[in-house]
Each structure stands twice: as C-alpha cells, then as structure tokens.
Design a protein around this ligand. Structure first.
Ligand code: SF4
Length: 576
C-alpha cells in the first residue's frame, strides 16, 4: 500500500488541491479508502486524517467502506420514478439478493440510490462501476445481472447492451443515444471548429472580445444568469500573474442532461470558448470540472484536448500559451454552485463560500478565476465569429440568445431542444408531443411547478429562468408522491449542512409532506410553511433557498389534487 500511495503521489504531486484526484486513484485501486490508507496519506500529504475523512464523507462517490465488487447506483430522479424505477429496483434486489442501500452477502453487488446521473431521457437508468445502462426493463436488468454473475466483463457487457444505440467514441465504448430535435446557433453543425480562435490576435484583441461578449447580452447558462461579459471584464482588470478559466460541467440538477450532450457533440466549441475567455482575461490555465457521473467521457474528452495540442491550438508553446486539464468531481449537487466547485477543486468539502468572496478576484487557489458552465462557453466561438448583433437577434430584449433544454418525462419526444428564450411552455409541450399534461417542472428540483393555467408563461430570465431542466407530468401522476416528496428527500440528501436553516427546515417540511399523504392541512398550517420558507431565504446558497419551491407550488396551484381545509386550526402541529 505504501508503495502504491507513493507512486500515485509521485504522479500527481502532494498539493492539497490534488486530493480528489489522489483519492479517486486510491479508490480505483482498493475499492474504498480505509483507515490505514487515510493514515498513510495523511503523512505523505501533511493533512490530518480527520480532514481527509471530512472530504471523503462529503461526496457520494468517495467510499470509506466496501460498496460491492459491482457498485450499482440507481437513478432516483422524478423522471426515473415515473418511468419504472420501482420495478427495476425490485428486480435488482431479487437478482442481486440484497436490499437497496446494502451489499449482497458475498459483497459481489451493492445497490445504492443516487439523485441523477444525467439520463432523464433514457430512464430507468443505472451506473455499474461508473458505466451507464439505460432504458432498463425488469427483463433487461435481470439479463445484465445474470451476465455479471456468469463473469462477463463489464465493458463487454456495456457493449452488448448499450453500444448499438451509442455512437460516440468514449475510450473503447461509446455513449449517447439522446435525440437532438431542434438545433440553433449553438448546436448547428455549420460552425467550423476553431475558426473563432483564428481571429484572435488578428481581428480581435482581448478588449474586443470583452466588448463583443458584453454587447451580445450573453448570460451564464447555469441558471443564475449573471452577465458573462461583466464577469469576464471583472477578472480581466485584476492584475495577477496567474488566472484560471474553469468550465463547470457538474451538471447535477435532476432532469438535466444537456451538458452530457454538449460535451459529447460539441466539445471543441466548449474548449474553444474557454480558450477565448482565457485570451480575453489573460489566463493561461483552464480546467474542466467534470461530474463523477460523467467520468466515462473523460478518455473521449482527453482525446479532443490532445487533438487541439496536435493542431497547435493548445499547449504552453503555442501563441495562446494556454493549457487545460480535466478534474473529476466526486458527486455533490451543491458543487454546481461556483464557489463550492472551487472548494472542491482545492481538495476540500464542496461547501459554498461566503458571497463577498468574488471568484473573479479570489477564485481557484486564491487567484482571479472565471467559472462558467458548459453551455455558456460553447456559444462563445459562434458569438465571436458572427458578432453580438447576430446573437441578440435570437431571444428577447432581456434574455438574448437561445437556451438548450433537456426535455423529459411524459412526452413522445424526450431529448434536446435548442430554443430561443421567450418560447412558451405550451409551445414546448407541442414540440415534444406531450399529451394530457398536468404539470411541468421548469428548472429541476429548485425550479417551479407550473399548472396548465400557466402554460402560456415564457422561458426567459424575467419569467421562468432555468438551467435547462424541463420535466413533463401527465394527468396520471401523483404530484405529491412523484415530485414533492422526492424533491424534499433530494434536498435533505444534498444539503452541505453549513446553514442551520438548510440543515433543519427541509426535514420539517418533509414531515409535513408525509402528513399530507393522508390528511388535510389547514390554512394556518400553510401559513406556517410559508413562514418557514421565508427562513430558508437566509440560507447561503440557492440550494437552501429553493427547498420549498415545489411544495408550495403544489399546495397553492394544484388545488384539485390537494385541498386545504378552510380552518385556523393547527392540523399538522396538533398531531406532531
Ligand atoms: S444553503 Fe444548504 S447547501 Fe447551501 S451552503 Fe447552506 S447548508 Fe450548504
């Protein structure tokens, strides 16, 4: 063990910011990180054992115990729940001979729930030792497990069950059967890769780039919508020898899968966008933070980076002096928040920083840093090539451009749609051939639950802003059971625990939601929920602030599904 740890550290160095990489390597060697490994590592890295344990305990995909020779993560998103999750779990439990959240007797299999693996268009889905198996039926599940018992090698199994549908090269295998129904300026196939980079130094100076991005009205596509130009300008004006450009590919919002598609279809545009940003702000290092659930894409993406080096676009010796690497995350929804992502990249627990610390001044390793998401970077080359006015011609006055939506749930055409901002919910339902829709969740678990009376609302920053998730539910769905309760489970699971509000209120709200399964709330109970929700607004990050959004949306807007008693009694509190 000593020798293995030393050789890993020899390859990565022992800086704290490499801790996640080191832990991933150790885990792939030993299956989990034991106390002995932690002690040894603590000496070699000069970090206390308890600090290492704190990091391991924070992430879903770092293990301090045996998770099974075949670690099976079962997606438990809303779309999975309405698409046959329960039958797949039942089959897995029978075939693996163990219950969910436990190991089989021989430890050959471990069955674990996970929030979302980015496969909402192909549910039910699981990851087996990191490889995705999708569109599961009880029969397909049974066959997969039976093959594993007979000793079929995992990659072979993946090829047997998934390859015919997956066409993009990923190491020896491939991924992506997602359908892209509508393409816009980002996804169109006319763009000639790296043609915007050719304009740097010739047509466009760094300040030209900053001007074009600002004038284009491009806003961060992660959900918050902060103007990209303003962010880039802030980092550009800070004087520092080192600056960083980070692409947030930690797409964890349940229901979203568009980054997976962009990463497989348009990786060149994403990396090109990062390079353009680096040129504009004066950075020489870029990092793609790829969520652990998408680790199977890493060889494919590394290959694209190598091609860029071969072409002389990337690397220390070329005219841009810009190099990139890929950092694998470890599974934590909150790391989608920029400052939490930076903490994670520094080898720490992914807890959001205080808001006064702006990444553009004090970001990765204390240096000026731009963090934008996959979709934001991917549109940059087209904007630079075609100009700000061209881009602004799409969308609305205050929401320029297009939005790539992940459409899933009860519709005939789940998949990717690149649509101009300002499009209505109703139009999207028609495009995706959704029938008898009872509700739409825009923006995932932290988003909004929209009833049919509001289907004329628009997808844009001034009405329904979204990072990309668009989940459709039809008249057969039980919103309390299929949406509200899983959402609260999700927030309880994913809270980093730093804020007392976010640590405590979701559990209380879940008790109320469970009570609602059998009994009626009174108006007074509802007012109490709204009071508690106001408390949530003082939470440090968006996760805590949005915990009650779907619950309140359900109670207030779906009165046919759940009737509030017109009484001032404390119905819930009187029995709790
Ligand atoms: S709101 Fe929740 S997830 Fe965000 S910092 Fe506070 S405890 Fe952590």
């Amino acid at each position: 063990m000593k020798t293995t740890i030393s050789s890993i550290i020899n390859s990565t160095g022992n800086a704290r910011y490499r801790l996640l990489d080191i832990l991933h390597k150790l885990q792939s060697e030993y299956k989990f990180i034991s106390e002995d490994i932690i002690d040894e590592l603590s000496t070699d890295m000069d970090i206390s054992p308890s600090q290492i344990k704190q990091v391991i305990s924070f992430y879903h995909y770092l293990y301090d115990k045996n998770m099974g020779e075949y670690t099976i993560h079962i997606n438990r998103s809303v779309v999975a729940l309405i698409s046959g999750y329960a039958e797949v779990v039942k089959t897995l439990e029978e075939e693996c001979n163990c219950k969910l959240e436990s190991l089989s007797e021989s430890a050959k299999f471990g069955l674990w729930n996970t929030s979302c693996i980015g496969m909402s268009d192909q549910e039910p889905a699981i990851l087996i030792n990191g490889l995705p198996f999708t569109d599961l039926t009880p029969e397909k599940t049974k066959n997969i497990i039976s093959d594993l018992k007979e000793g079929v090698e995992l990659k072979q199994l993946f090829n047997k069950y998934e390859t015919d549908k997956y066409k993009l090269l990923i190491g020896q295998s491939s991924v992506n059967k997602t359908k892209t129904y509508i393409r816009g300026p980002l996804l169109d196939n006319d763009y000639s890769n790296f043609s915007a980079v050719e304009l740097l130094n010739t047509r466009n100076s760094p300040s030209d780039i900053l001007g074009i991005i600002s004038d284009s009205g491009l806003q961060g596509r992660g959900g918050a919508g902060f103007p990209a130009g303003r962010k880039w300008k802030a980092a550009a004006k800070v004087k520092s020898e080192k600056k960083y450009v980070i692409c947030n590919a930690d797409e964890g919002e349940p229901g979203t899968f568009k980054d997976r598609v962009l990463l497989t279809e348009k990786p060149e545009k994403i990396f090109e966008g990062m390079l353009i940003c680096a040129y504009a702000i004066g950075a020489h290092k870029g990092i793609l933070y790829l969520r652990k659930e998408y680790e199977y894409m890493k060889p494919y993406l590394e290959n694209v980076l190598q091609q860029m080096r071969d072409k002389g676009i990337l690397g220390r010796d070329n005219s841009y002096n810009f190099e990139m690497r890929i950092q694998i995350g470890a599974g934590a929804y909150v790391c989608g928040e920029a400052s939490a992502l930076l903490e994670s990249m520094e080898g720490k627990r992914g807890e959001p920083r205080e808001k006064y610390m702006q990444p553009t001044e004090f970001g990765y390793l204390g240096k000026p840093t731009i963090v934008n998401n996959v979709e934001t970077f991917a549109i940059v080359p087209s904007i630079i090539k075609n100009g700000a006015e061209w881009y602004k011609a799409y969308g609305t006055k205050f929401s320029a451009g297009t939005k790539v939506l992940s459409i899933a749930g009860d519709c005939a055409k789940p998949g990717i749609y690149e649509l101009p901002w300002g499009i209505t919910v109703d139009t999207i339902l028609k495009l995706s051939y959704a029938k008898n829709s009872k509700a739409v969740i825009v923006g995932g678990m932290s988003g909004k639950l929209i009833p049919p009376e509001e289907f004329d609302r628009k997808i844009c920053y001034s009405d329904l802003a979204t990072g990309g998730a668009f989940m459709i539910l039809n008249n057969n769905r039980n919103l309390l059971k299929d949406v509200v309760l899983p959402a609260l489970d999700f927030f309880i699971d994913e809270s980093c625990g730093s804020c007392s509000t976010c640590r405590n209120v979701p559990g209380y709200l879940r008790e109320i939601a469970r009570y609602m399964e059998h009994k009626k709330l009174s108006e007074k109970d509802l007012l109490r929920i709204e009071e508690w929700s106001k408390l949530l607004s003082i939470s440090r990050c968006g996760l805590g602030k949005s915990v009650s959004s779907l619950l309140i949306g359900f109670i207030r807007k779906f009165t046919d599904d759940y009737e509030i008693e017109d009484s001032i009694e404390d119905n819930f509190l009187s029995v709790n």
